[in-house]
Design a protein around this ligand. Structure first.
Ligand code: SF4
Length: 143
């Protein structure tokens, strides 16, 4: 695939049952559905885990950003196991350390601070989407 029309694949961890994991998912939705819909595509980690062919192809043919809730980095590890070109890894905990006033709480539904943290994270990743697409053109990944 050429760099033209290339999208950035965004893979959040599943994070079920943990507020930081929920922030990871919400940030990915925000990025792919609201902030950068034309330049990003969401990848469901569960599909990768199950070996879904379309999900595997998406991470192997596009530059990938992973968003993980915590140090276990489940999304980054899963994408790499599926031959994905991870060009940028984000951990919600790191973003929270820079925005201590936005403490996420709640699991099924985040509190306002958690929602804002997800928006902040999505905005930060959005600023590097053009750079990631350019990296593909320079051969920084095998997409
Ligand atoms: S990275 Fe952390 S929050 Fe996300 S699924 Fe793994 S253990 Fe859960």
């Amino acid at each position: 695939m050429s760099a033209d029309g290339q999208k950035v694949a965004v893979a959040p961890c599943s994070g079920i049952g943990k507020p930081f994991g929920t922030v990871a998912r919400e940030a990915a939705y925000e990025l792919c559905e609201t902030v950068c819909p034309a330049d990003t595509v969401l990848v469901a980690l569960g599909k990768l885990v199950l070996g879904d062919a379309a999900a595997r192809e998406t991470v192997s043919r596009n530059p990938v950003v992973t968003i993980d809730g915590c140090q276990r980095m489940c999304a980054a590890k899963t994408v790499k196991r599926n031959r994905g070109a991870v060009l940028h890894e984000v951990m919600v905990l790191d973003v929270f350390r820079r925005h201590r006033d936005l403490k996420p709480e709640g699991i099924a539904e985040l509190n306002k601070a958690g929602e804002e943290l997800a928006r902040v994270l999505a905005g930060e990743v959005a600023t590097i989407v053009p750079e990631l697409k350019a990296a593909v053109a320079k051969g920084a990944c095998h997409a």
